[in-house]
Design a protein. Structure first.
Length: 181
């Protein structure tokens, strides 16, 4: 359908709480999902949330087979997740580098639950219930945060572990792992 422009940090729309989807199998929702996938592919992202393209609905997509931006990460199944709910399965959190298409060119360390269960609805309104660990769990938590107006920069573990990707790579801090979007 269309590649949409991604809102960048500073746009107040990224800070709004998104609204639940109540109608499924309607052209507007199907077009939104197509646009999200087109935009994520064009930006080589690992995930994208509707508010990032200026649509205040509780819709996220994520997943990839082999993402050139994150060559060390395991594949994550391509998923449309609507009206999501996340439940941590363990108290354990782990730190990892994240990036965001709304904060281009930068990465920061964020602590996320390592084991989660997430539920919600797919593109047709059918229930989804999945358990996830590691990078998969991180991507889901990052994307769902967007629905509550939260950008990863609000969750940095340490403001010193945040910077331009290029500088972090040049100084050997980043490696190539662990970055949603
Ligand atoms: Ni993001």
């Amino acid at each position: 359908m269309a590649i949409r422009s991604v809102l960048r940090l500073g746009d107040p729309r990224l800070l709004q709480i998104a609204t639940e989807v109540s109608e499924f199998n309607v052209p507007d929702l199907d077009a939104l999902i197509e646009d999200l996938f087109d935009t994520m592919a064009a930006e080589e992202g690992a995930g994208l949330a509707a508010p990032q393209i200026g649509v205040g609905l509780r819709v996220v997509i994520f997943g990839f087979d082999n993402n050139p931006r994150y060559p060390d990460n395991e594949a994550v199944p391509k998923t449309v997740l609507i009206n999501p709910k996340i439940t941590p399965l363990l108290k354990e959190k782990e730190e990892g580098w994240e990036g965001c298409l709304s904060v281009p060119g930068m990465r920061g360390v964020v602590s996320r639950y390592s084991h989660i269960r997430y539920s919600g609805l797919d593109a047709t309104g059918t229930a989804i219930d999945v358990t996830a660990t590691g990078f998969h769990a991180r991507v889901v938590q990052h994307e769902c945060d967007h629905l509550d107006g939260i950008i990863y920069t609000q969750r940095l573990s340490d403001a010193k572990k945040f910077g331009f990707t290029e500088e972090l790579l040049n100084s050997g801090q980043l490696g190539s792992a662990g970055c949603p979007e």
